[in-house]
Design a protein around this ligand. Sequence first.
Ligand SMILES: Cc1cc2nc3c(=O)[nH]c(=O)nc-3n(C[C@H](O)[C@H](O)[C@H](O)COP(=O)(O)OP(=O)(O)OC[C@H]3O[C@@H](n4cnc5c(N)ncnc54)[C@H](O)[C@@H]3O)c2cc1C
Length: 393
Amino acid sequence: MFDCIVIGKGLIGSAAAKYLKKYFERVAIIGPNEPLHDLEKAQVFASHYDQSRVQRTIGVDPVWTQLNKQSVAHYPKLETESGISFHSSEGCLYVSPYGKDKYLKNVPDQANQFRLPYQFFDNEEFITKAFQDYTFPSGSFGMLEPAPAGHINPLQLIKAQLKVFQNSGGEIYNDTVVNLNYDQSFSVNTSTGQTYSAKKVLVTAGAFSNFFGLLPQPLSLELESETVLLAEVSQAEAQRLSKLPSLLYELDTEAVEGIYLVQPVQYPDGRYYLKMGSNLSTDIPFQNLKQIQEWFRNGDSSGNELVLRKALHAIMPSLNTIGYTTKKCIVSRTRHGQCYIGSSGQKNQYVAAGGNGYSAMCSDALGQIAAHYTIHENVPPEYSAQSFKPIMV
Ligand SMILES: Cc1cc2nc3c(=O)[nH]c(=O)nc-3n(C[C@H](O)[C@H](O)[C@H](O)COP(=O)(O)OP(=O)(O)OC[C@H]3O[C@@H](n4cnc5c(N)ncnc54)[C@H](O)[C@@H]3O)c2cc1C
């Protein structure tokens, strides 16, 4: 009998498992690895199958900022303990093409409250003078966050969390949970026919938390497809751009809204790709698991390539590319805009899900809060439980 089972081996679950193991004797985490070949067999997918995620510190509100700051502060220890590096500190540039927007207006207060450094650029010329590879339209306003902002590798971050978890005696199962029963304790059934028992369960299945009866009541989550463009560059071009800060560019047109971009990094195929994504008018809202499975298995993300390429070369006209490919992902949004962390409504069962597109960079803190809630049925004192309260359908 496990003291606790974490369902979902993603960014939040792997962090939560690590923190839970500091308190409980027997902890398991169950979730499938990224399906690389037979996609028809895979039942669930994830929001982290990639080599880069933007890391900033000053978030859209003080809760996100606190989460980011706390997470980044733990990276050096996690990299040392695991021997796995996942964080790069080239900085993060935020640009609004419409002048100082609401976020930028709040930056000085947040920076002051959390003692975080930043630099404003009053117009597009100042931005391009500082970062010659970026070009923005007239009227743009920019803000640079220096190190530790930059980017993280989400797969390596998960690997690091799981290594520390395993080294401390945690158990990892590469499997998918297909059923859950509660009768004094939990019986967790998996697709390979295994059954595991636990006193407590924490569900961290991301966009898939509402499927397979993992929760007694579904969460109010909006699920949508996301397409990213991978622009292949030579090793020399990647080297040339190695100081390029990550970018959050708040363009809002009919076709493209909210661009994010990370400098070229090496992918498992040995090649170098610069990643860019955004919300698109063609993004698909999902109502059920079948639609999501269809998207990951056969969805046409390449139909979005041209619009993303155009947006990329408008920002980086001098970028020297070799080729392009697209990748499919899924985003989950909550009703109140923060991650849901709290009780599932079932005794001894808890949930942490709903990343809102921002939760890779603060997954360590979200996992820590989820673990705290699972142990104490409350959030750590520096947060308010109300901020994360799960909202059910
Ligand atoms: C294209 C894209 C770009 C993004 N860019 C950024 C960024 O730049 N910065 C940032 O901070 N955030 C970014 N995000 C958001 C971030 O990746 C997510 O918020 C984050 O992955 C959420 O973590 P999670 O643990 O909730 O979900 P996931 O990381 O998706 O993990 C959930 C895990 O649960 C598993 N699972 C599901 N169902 C089951 C089941 N039945 N049994 C067992 N396991 C199950 C899945 O396999 C998965 O591994 C981006 C997201 C996308 C899609």
